[in-house]
Design a binder for this molecule. Structure first.
Ligand SMILES: [Zn+2]
Length: 147
């Protein structure tokens, strides 16, 4: 499969995952709001409710972190920078993206980061990045302003 097709397919998966997470988080929040009414005078019940509450908020934390990752990935897809290392701008191999859809760094930069020499690899010129194919389907605000 072409790289572009893989990314388009991945975008569909990410959008679906984002919607599911949003629903789950909305559900969690409404459950949390119901808690005060459910909590009786029994101390044990209150303790159980508290730990349940703790579990739900931990889950919500993980879910909202993933939601953030997904939204960042989708934003980068719209900008046409998805799949490029955000440090050195090199293409991240599709194999790596399939395993880690939210990867923002190539393996070399990831390693450099772990060794604390990430700044040596940083490139700030994004003008050479012209692929991913989303630029031709998305009309930017600038296009309207030109008319
Ligand atoms: Zn890199």
């Amino acid at each position: 499969m072409a790289r572009k097709d893989t990314i388009i397919k991945m975008r569909d998966i990410l959008v679906r995952r984002r919607d599911a997470l949003r629903k789950a988080l909305a559900g969690d929040l409404s459950l949390l709001k119901q808690l005060p009414e459910q909590t009786g005078s029994d101390v044990v019940d209150a303790a159980l409710d508290a730990s349940q509450d703790e579990i739900s908020s931990k889950l919500a934390e993980v879910e909202s972190r993933e939601l953030g990752n997904i939204e960042r990935a989708l934003q980068r897809m719209n900008e046409g920078t998805y799949g490029h290392c955000e440090v050195c701008t090199e293409k991240i191999p599709v194999v790596r993206l399939n395993a880690l859809p939210y990867a923002t760094m190539c393996i070399a930069c990831q390693q450099a980061d772990e060794e604390g020499r990430l700044e040596e690899r940083r490139v700030n010129d994004w003008s050479k990045v012209v692929d991913t194919g989303f630029t031709d389907t998305n009309v930017s605000v600038n296009d309207f302003e030109m008319q």
